[in-house]
Structures are given as C-alpha cells and as structure tokens.
Design a protein around this ligand. Structure first.
Ligand code: ADP
Ligand code: MG
Length: 569
C-alpha cells in the first residue's frame, strides 16, 4: 500500500507542468442561497426576545452595509475589492495584502502545487494514508501529505494580536477554575446524570477531591479556537481545548511551507512572505514539556505520550517527541490506555512506572472521547495516572475545565470575576465569548426552535462531528421538550458564528481543489506552574484550519478541512 501511495506522488513528477490534477469544484450558487437564508439579518433586532443582545447591538449599527456586502460574497474578485490595498514591504517592494486567488493563472497554481507537495513530503508534513493498512500503527509506512491549503488565508492583524494577547489570560483562567473542585462538580452535576462519559471523568475527579490530591506541578498545553464573525467583526471563541490540543507539529510546518512558497512565488503573486507570522508551536510545546520534566526532577524519568491504538495523525505527535529529544534530551514513550493498564504500576511514593520506567510527565493525545475507553481497562489506566505524582497534561481538573458546559458557565454574568482579578483581563476574555446558553433557558430554546439556523447545539464531546445544526436543532429541541427528559442537560446551545468566505485552493491526496472556504483560528497556549511560581505562561504559535463551506450542516462545513497559515492584513 505504501508503494501505491508513493507511486501516485511520483506520477505527479511527469505531470509537473501540464496536467497537474487541478479540480475546480465550486459550490458558489448553493452556498449563496445558504448564506442568504442563514444571514443573521433575518433576525429581527427590534424583537423583545433578543438572545444575542450584545451582538445584535453591533449588528443593528450597520445592517444595510453588511446586507449589501452579502450579495458580493460569491463574486470572486469583487468580494475583497474594498479591502484590497497596497503596502510597503521591508525591501521597498509593493505587495498586495490580499489576492484574488482564483484569478491566479492556472500554470502558476500547478507549479506552486507541485512544489508544495514535494516540500511537504521532504519536510514531514505528513499523516498516515488511510488506504494503507498499517499507516496508523507503524511510522514510516503508508504516508501521505497532510491536507493543506496551497496559500495562506488572509486575516486581520489586529484580531490576530488580540487572540494572542488573551492566550495567557485563558491559561491562567483554566488553572484557577481547575482549583475550584466544587465549581466543576456543581456546574457539571446535571450533565453527570445524563452523560455517562462526563460522569466517569467526574468520578475520577471526586476521588481526587476525596483523597485531597494536590497537583503541585501543573502543565497546560491548550488551544483556543476562534472564528471571526463577518458581520460583527468580533473574534469569537468556538471552544477552548485543554486536552490533546492537536497540530502543534504540523501547523508549524504549514507556516514554513507557505513562507517558502511566498519566498519563491511572492513576486508573481504579489504577496510578501514576511506577512505570515512565525509559528513556533512545536518548539514552545516541547519546551513546556521539557520544563515540566525538569521540575519533576528525576533524570531517568520519561515523558509518556498516551496515544490511540491507531493514529493517522502520529507525525504531528512524533514532531513533538522528536523536538523534545533533540533539543532537550528528554525521552518519550508511547502507550495506549490499555497498555498503561497492563504495564503500569504505582509505587508507594506516588511514582508512576510504565513498563518499568518512571514517568515524569503524562501527555494525553488520547482519552478525550468515549471511544478511547472501550472497557474498564482504559478507565483503570486513567485513574492510575491521575493518582500518581507524574505531571498530567492535562490533569482531570484541567480536562473538565475545558468542557463545553464549563465554557457556557464561564460566560454567565459575574462568573469570570470569581476566577480572574484584573478587570481589563476579564473584559478581554468576555469579548471573545459568543452567546452560550444552557437548555434550561426556555426563551432561548423557543427561539432556537423558531430559528435553528442561528444556533449550534453541542453535547459534551471533543474531537469533531458531534454537534447538531439546522433542522436537527429544531427536531432535537422539540423532542427534548416533549419528553421533558433530563437529557437536555447533556447539551449547550451556542450562537452560530458566520465567518467570511474566501476563494482558496485546498490540497488533498495530491489533488488541488479550487473552492470557497471558511477558516477557524486556533491559538496555542502553554502554562506551567509549580505551587505559587508560574514558570511559563505563553502564547505559542497558531493553527489555521480552512474548510469548504457546505450546505449540509447548517452552514458549517461538512466538507474537508485543511491545515493553513495566515497572511496578516
Ligand atoms: P469539537 O470539540 O468537536 O472540536 P467544536 O466546538 O470545536 O467541537 O465544534 C466543532 C466544529 O464545529 C468547529 O471546528 C467549527 O467548525 C464548528 N462550530 C462549532 N461551534 C460553532 C459556532 N458557534 N458557529 C459556527 N461554527 C461552529
Ligand atoms: Mg473543536
């Protein structure tokens, strides 16, 4: 299978200049209809039942401008004219900040795509190829380039800076919330009754509270995800990931790839490689892990990467292990939860041994979804690690602090004030919050039944593919209302965010797709603390994910997402 994959790449070599597989799938007309029908402006701002008060206030200021703008979204080329401007680069050259990507000459696109595929293969921008049987188990077998966007996505510099600025505040917030065991238990108490997975996590948390377990060294490797709401121009948080924040490795590489492409093709594209901000996510995450390892203070101990039995995204994880080894001389071992159950033991002093090796830091890249716990064995492993003195990334408290229910609780009035002292920090964090509600709010539930396209319904799950959109929101809410069941505590409702749509080229399986897409920006953050001393609290690079807009999921992409970087405007 590996041969098949590499030969398909090789076959591109002979097609370098003329018959590169460029497909031009566009869904413009479908999406236009969709966009019009889901426009927040169909929402009556004078209505008494205004759920998104603050957002609507902003919307109400310039509805006509935005409405008329909506009509131009799909005319590639006109769409960004208003924002097209020129700027001086350091060398005095003139570069367009934004480019009509779909207007780029096809020969040039093919050349760039070919170079990009070669670059990603040579530099480890890779995932396991799902058509190769062993690609999720054995490194070096059945690899394919990770899906990526051919060129970076433009993004406003001030919004990017703001997202970077709040990262350390979110880091601190997670730490503070994690220390309030009662807040976590109380906030999730109703969810616990109807969601078995969350209940199991809470049970472990309760056990730790009972034995008064203290985590003196606390390590958080987070990623806060945002979408830029086109109409309000607000950068709104989608979610805060506190477990298994993925792609620090590959996102750093995509940034490198895009910078490289612009160094070579920037002049023709009239784009400046320096407008792509540097991305040191992998370096900083490795540094945080190494510092936590140092604080644990056992030179023979290792970092344990808790991995899924099959992991096609293993190279992203191997990048982190590799930087840890090469820059910090720290060894990692990879184990599944089941293996940790079999091979793990706890010494009387709290040391965690796995296959005889002391573990300084447990880094979870599994354990965030019920699928990772097919039997009691995996739960035993999770408990064993939690009871140990190893630094957990994340601890059970950090994990719970990142649940969607807690996100919704933190968005309630006066809750942030319980955890953060600085008023400016509170204001900055609050500004990122979209409308978030529990299903106890009957007014919001009624409104969501009436206008389901303005909401996303989310269960307490991580890892994608669990949310409910559009008509399904209405149906689920009506069913829950009819049954009057407790099940509604399993969900939260969130305001639907509508990012702008841009022309793009998406690379997948060696094929370049021309399409329109929306993007989600993730900002990484690392936090390390020993008792009262904060050792590290930093923003660490970013992840841009770009995906084709789809008409299936209430306007949110059901198509494919690719890794991307950003071009500051
Ligand atoms: P998960 O933990 O499964 O990643 P998310 O909250 O990140 O859950 O939702 C998954 C995806 O759904 C996001 O990446 C985003 O594309 C989309 N999404 C989530 N919330 C919203 C929202 N409020 N508005 C628009 N899209 C959303
Ligand atoms: Mg997510």
């Amino acid at each position: 299978m590996g041969v098949a994959s590499s030969s398909s790449l090789l076959s591109l070599a002979s097609h370098q200049h003329h018959s590169f597989p460029l497909t031009t799938t566009t869904f413009s007309s479908q999406i236009k209809t969709k966009l019009d029908s889901r426009s927040p402006f169909s929402f009556d701002p004078t209505s008494k039942n205004i759920p998104f008060e603050s957002h609507l206030q902003l919307l109400a200021h310039s509805p006509t401008t935005h409405l008329s703008n909506c009509g131009f979204h799909w005319k590639v080329g006109t769409m960004k004219c208003g924002r097209l401007r020129e700027m001086e680069t350091e060398v005095g050259a003139v570069a367009n900040t934004l480019l009509d990507l779909h207007g780029v000459n096809q020969d040039l696109v093919e050349k760039i795509a070919f170079d990009a595929l070669v670059w990603s293969s040579l530099h480890g921008l890779l995932v396991g190829d799902k058509t190769a049987q062993r690609s999720g188990k054995v490194p070096g077998v059945g690899m394919v380039h990770a899906p990526f966007s051919l060129l970076p996505m433009s993004f406003p510099e001030n919004q990017f800076n703001m997202a970077c600025e709040v990262a350390p505040i979110f880091n601190e917030l997670v730490d503070r919330v994690s220390l309030d065991g009662k807040f976590l238990q109380d906030s999730l108490s109703r969810t616990k009754k109807v969601d078995v997975f969350t209940a199991r996590l809470l049970d472990i948390h309760s056990k730790m509270l009972e034995i008064n377990k203290k985590e003196d060294i606390r390590l958080g490797l987070h990623r806060s995800d945002y979408m830029l709401d086109e109409h309000t121009k607000l950068l709104l948080q989608i979610e805060l990931n506190t477990i298994s924040s993925s792609f620090p490795g590959l996102s750093s590489l995509v940034t490198e790839l895009h910078r490289n492409l612009l160094i070579h093709y920037g002049e023709q594209l009239r784009l400046d490689s320096k407008k792509i901000p540097g991305n040191t996510a992998v370096k900083q995450f490795a540094e945080a892990l190494a510092k936590a390892w140092t604080e644990y203070n056992n030179p023979r101990a290792v970092v344990l990467v808790v991995a899924q039995p099959e992991e096609r995204n293993m190279y992203d994880q191997h990048w982190l292990s590799s930087v840890l080894k090469e820059r910090h001389n720290v060894t990692t071992i990879r184990k599944t939860l089941a293996e940790i159950d079999t091979e793990g033991e706890l010494l009387p002093d709290g040391t965690l041994l796995v296959s005889g090796q002391a573990v300084a830091v447990v880094y979870f890249r599994a354990g965030y979804t019920p699928v990772d716990y097919p039997s009691e064995s995996e739960w035993r492993a999770r408990l064993l690690m939690e009871q140990s003195s190893a630094v957990k990334c994340p601890s059970i408290s950090y994990h719970l602090a990142g649940t969607k229910k807690i996100q919704q609780e933190l968005a309630k009035p006066n809750v942030l004030e319980r955890f953060l002292d600085n008023k400016e920090d509170i204001a900055k964090v609050r500004k990122c919050f979209a409308g978030l509600w529990s299903l106890d709010d009957s007014e919001i539930v009624s409104h969501a039944i009436e206008k389901p396209e303005l909401y996303v319904m989310k269960p307490q799950r991580e890892g994608g593919g669990n949310n409910i959109y559009g008509e399904d929101v209405r149906e689920t809410l009506l069913r829950l209302r009819k049954e009057g069941s407790e099940e509604n505590a399993a969900y939260i409702l969130m305001q639907m965010i509508f990012p702008s749509v841009s022309p793009t080229f998406l690379m997948r399986d060696g094929i370049c797709h021309k399409d329109h897409a929306i993007s989600e920006l993730g900002i990484y953050g690392a936090y390390l603390r020993k008792k009262e001393k904060v050792i590290m609290n930093e923003q660490c690079g970013y992840l841009m994910r770009t995906k084709v807009s789809s008409s299936n999921e209430g306007g949110v992409a059901a198509g494919f997402a690719v890794l991307d970087s950003i071009y500051l405007t």
